[in-house]
Design a protein around this ligand. Structure first.
Ligand SMILES: *Cc1c(COP(=O)(O)O)cnc(C)c1O
Length: 404
């Protein structure tokens, strides 16, 4: 690394709060599916800012739409209407099949809104509070106090107790573990349709259907967190759309704005009419014209460029090529995932391999300590998958060689 890059990193470590162990690189710009650091070194990007930059970098139409909006107005307030927010909400309804939209600035805030929706819905039904939410082990829903309270990772929660109360954890795909926690106080069952951070665990069709039936029977809200697995990543606009069931409330963010910070929680008409009302919830920035101009353009480009077709095609190819690694290397135990949300499970921590890949010009990320996660831009082609596999295979071989 050059002394200039090292100088910037040293400055960063003096000014930024040390909440991340960052990779030793300063990125400067992106183009398509490639990133460049400040020294001009090129990297193939299989992270896309953690499932955010779905359309790739320097997408001209997207950049132009943002620039045009900046020259009109960036922010007003939710006390007034604005055209990008109206258009974005209509488009989001169309792609999700949900009825009511609340825009947020982040994923965690969308989860907060979903939790408040469920509590208010239950409160309006029986006039009591202290309602319970069932969430899942290995889940990840964000770092704010409410979202953290439903995150099934004790390590993330430990120092910050007490959490918000009356949350219980069941196991994804173990319907009985969910059903056994349901009481008259249960207001919501919340999970990711495909768990991301927690290790790339997809929910099964059977689990989805049985939870849906249980929620219908007991008038409990089924809340799906689609922040990572949504926006086309698994080959349908939202991952639950493959299952023939529909949630009552869902969250979306990450790729929704493709880099402009924006999220949303959405609900059915029925929940919308019987939960949050005027004065119950708000946000200064959420759904501002700039963020919503991004949402509009992203959804438009998804359709125009047949992003879902590409995910289905390239996702299948990625699966096959990752399966080759499972067959080839004893240290690679398993592949899991759907579409362009994939993980391969190692029998050891993967930090060393990811560092090697960075040196070789490939950006990868882990999910937990033993899993390499693949969340590339949704526009990647087979040739990029091949390029990634070549580098990764070399890195695994080298890491293996040094262990012997
Ligand atoms: C990233 C993520 C969040 C949190 O989103 P932020 O924008 O970081 O607050 C919540 N849920 C899931 C499933 C995520 O992947």
């Amino acid at each position: 690394m050059s002394t200039t890059m090292q100088t910037y990193i040293d400055e960063a470590e003096k000014a930024l709060l040390h909440t991340y162990n960052r990779y030793q690189v300063v990125f400067d710009k992106g183009e398509g599916v490639y990133l460049y650091d400040i020294e001009g070194k090129k990297y193939l990007d299989f992270v896309s800012g953690i499932a955010v930059f779905a359309l790739g970098y320097q997408k001209k139409e997207y950049n132009d739409a943002l620039k045009a909006q900046i020259d009109k107005i960036i922010h007003t307030s939710n006390y007034y209407y604005n055209l990008p927010a109206i258009e974005a909400a209509k488009k989001l309804k169309e792609i999700s099949g949900m009825d009511r939209v609340f825009f947020t600035n982040s994923g965690a805030e969308a989860v907060e809104g979903a939790i408040k929706t469920a509590r208010k819905y239950a409160y309006l039904k029986d006039g009591t509070t202290d309602h319970e939410i069932i969430a899942m082990n290995h889940s990840f829903h964000g770092r704010t106090m409410g979202a953290l309270s439903v995150t099934g990772n004790a390590h993330y929660r430990e120092a910050f107790a007490p959490m918000i109360g009356h949350i219980q954890f069941a196991d994804l795909n173990d319907f009985d573990s969910v059903a056994s926690l349901v009481t008259d106080k249960t207001c919501a069952i919340l999970f990711e349709t495909v768990q991301g951070e927690g290790g790339i665990y997809p929910a099964t069709k059977d689990f989805m259907r049985r939870v849906r039936a249980l929620c219908d029977e007991r008038d409990i809200l089924m809340i799906l967190d689609e922040i990572q697995c949504g926006m086309g990543r698994t080959g349908t606009m939202y991952a639950w759309q493959r299952f023939g069931v529909k949630p009552d409330v869902m969250t979306t963010a990450k790729a929704l704005g493709c880099g402009v910070p924006v999220g949303a929680f959405l609900m059915t008409e029925k929940v919308g009419a019987h939960s949050l009302a005027a004065g119950d919830h708000g946000t200064t920035y959420g759904g501002n014209p700039l963020a919503c101009a991004a949402v509009c353009k992203v959804i438009e480009l998804f359709e125009k460029e047949n992003v879902l077709d590409n995910v289905n095609k390239t996702g299948a190819y990625l699966e096959n090529r990752l399966d080759e690694l499972v067959r080839e290397f004893a240290c690679v135990k398993q592949r899991r995932g759907v579409g362009l949300l994939q993980g391969i499970v190692f029998d050891r921590p993967v930090g060393e391999i990811i560092k090697r890949a960075m040196d070789e010009g490939l950006v990868l990320i882990n999910a937990g300590t033993d899993i390499i996660r693949f969340v590339p831009p949704l526009i990647i082609k087979e040739e990029h998958v091949d390029e990634m596999i070549d580098i990764l295979r070399r890195c695994i071989r080298e890491a293996e060689g040094e262990r012997q």
